[in-house]
Design a protein around this ligand. Sequence first.
Ligand code: AHM
Ligand code: MG
Length: 334
Amino acid sequence: MNKISLTRYLVEQQRDHGRIPAQLRLLLEVVARACKGISQAVNKGALGGVLGSAGSENIQGEVQKKLDLIANEVLIEANEWGGHLAAMASEEMDGIYVVPNRYPQGEYLLLFDPLDGSSNIDVNVSIGTIFSVLKKPEGPSAVTEQDFLQAGRHQVAAGYCIYGPQTTLVLTVGEGVSMFTLDREQGSFVLTQEQVRIPADTQEFAINMSNMRHWDPAVRRYIDECLQGKEGPRGKDFNMRWIASMVADVHRILTRGGLFMYPWDRREPEKAGKLRLMYEANPMAWLVEQAAGAATNARERILDLQPRQLHERVSVVLGSKNEVERVTAYHRSS
Ligand code: AHM
Ligand code: MG
């Protein structure tokens, strides 16, 4: 069988299907190349001296790991000179990173969580890079943070790369979801799945149960009913998974269905949730919708939320459509 590389796939998306402009193709190739570099650093682990804390904090007050900063640096260095971007924004940077004057400026904006699932780095559990691409609003003015504050439905590409037993890049440009597995001998991503579909029904949920006492009654109701299994109102048993890497939980859901929730809770009631809207929830919500799933903040469709801040947080419910609708309905009626 003829293997289709990511490069070929993107060329065909551009040339044969007219789905992506040349600059966007270049951007996605560069992001994929950066992910290969991050994958190598992740693989080296203790041998590369990349484990442990960097001794600093990001704007959200979270301790940064060495690999958080390495991944951030790899993505910036790979993307700043190609002429395809105007600016970048990252979980690990306070403000936006405008492409330096010495390089040409392109029309795209790139947002990323360079290494999602940071708490799993040192314990050798799957982690990943999440990215989202927007277009800079038209006009001659210099790029600002305001330009990034676009609802998720305006994304032109989104995806993640998971560093697990395999390194897999998962991508959407708005025509379904495709998966590419890294062939380490060839050094290239190879198309291994197209038109990924999430089944509408599931018997598996993912939530951090240790926060149960802080949940909203609607979340409690949903989980209580799942836990009652065959004997309860749902009339079926449920299984639970929680990897604490959103990329790994979403990857499982894209592969076999399921429900993922990181809802608002009473620990920090002024925050909408733990996860970030612009570089975690939006790209994942779009991938999930493109695979026939659904994604809400427990009340509204995530992709319709108007961001007010770059590092804005959001409550997240995503995955198999019927379960997302059920959780959302419980919230709306409570
Ligand atoms: P991170 O981007 O700092 O790694 O935080 C996001 C992660 C998600 O990947 C994961 O779903 C969640 O935080 C896990 O949180 P918790 O440790 O509270 O279960
Ligand atoms: Mg993250």
